[in-house]
Design a protein around this ligand. Structure first.
Ligand code: ZN
Length: 268
């Protein structure tokens, strides 16, 4: 089924390219979304912040740069989803392919209402574009955004932190059908059993080695590997509060290290 969907998607992209050949988003020259002259990004400023749950945020390019701002705007708000390919290529160029070897890419989810109106999750598309180029990495949708948050960029740092705190929870990648047998109809963990509502619930198996335990309450957290290379994926980072809140969920499920990779870094 997945292959059929991918084939349809490829055919549709081919059709769109034939109908609307890519043009440089800056000078309109035909042939590519960014012509060689305009495919120039400024390197991302170094990450100077430290985070409670997140190891590091690796960013490819600087956000406050005319080309990057335009690219992100067209991608996110105007539906130019093919631009995810450029973002993935820039990420690989600057972060390095090796960093992703045998990693688990975890796209930062949108709240379902925002995804509904936008029609896609930009972090998902970047993760897919990365995975297409790095087959040694896999994508797992382990997070759910259960709290609707406001546009982060428009808020002060304090307001942002308050806004994003506890916005995420663990989401079973098995989906609803698998979750049903183990979790009584819940695709996601039952909040009362959730290991990340405060301290970890010691009765829940969190690692593969514990899966055979007869007390196993469900498959979801046991999927996580303590030493797995979990990499959160997003398009733009400002303060890092969102990524840190997402990392918190994985950490509370027992993962020992969580990194993040984004296309662009805002801030100074
Ligand atoms: Zn151009």
């Amino acid at each position: 089924m997945k292959k059929v969907v991918q084939s349809i998607h490829r055919a549709w992209s081919w059709f769109l390219d034939a109908l609307f050949p890519p043009k440089c988003i800056i000078c309109k020259q035909e042939g590519a979304w960014l012509c060689p002259q305009h495919r120039k990004f400024s390197p991302a400023p170094p990450n100077e912040a430290s985070f409670e749950y997140l190891e590091n945020i690796h960013a490819a390019v600087k956000y406050y740069d005319p080309t990057t701002e335009k690219l992100v705007e067209l991608f996110k708000f105007r539906g130019f989803t093919q631009l995810a390919d450029i973002m993935a290529e820039e990420i690989i160029l600057r972060v390095g392919k090796d960093f992703f070897m045998n990693s688990i890419l975890v796209p930062i989810p949108l709240h379902w209402t925002r995804k509904f109106w936008r029609g896609f999750n930009q972090a998902d598309l970047i993760a897919q574009a990365l995975q297409k180029r790095i087959p040694e990495a896999q994508i797992q949708h382990l997070l759910k955004r259960h709290k609707r948050t406001f546009q982060q960029a428009k808020l002060s740092r304090e307001a942002r932190l308050q806004n994003i705190r506890d916005a995420f929870s663990f989401s079973s990648p098995f989906g609803k059908s698998e979750g049903k047998s183990a979790l009584g109809g819940q695709g996601d963990l039952n909040p009362s059993n959730s290991p990340f509502q405060g301290e970890r619930n010691k009765n829940l198996p969190l690692f593969e080695s514990e899966r055979s335990s007869p007390q196993s309450r469900g498959p979801s957290p046991s999927l996580l590997k303590r030493e797995g290379r979990y990499i959160l994926i997003d398009d733009v980072v400002a303060s890092g509060a969102t990524l840190n809140a997402a990392a918190k969920v994985l950490k509370q499920c027992g993962v020992s290290r969580v990194d993040a990779v984004v296309f662009a870094r805002g801030g100074k």
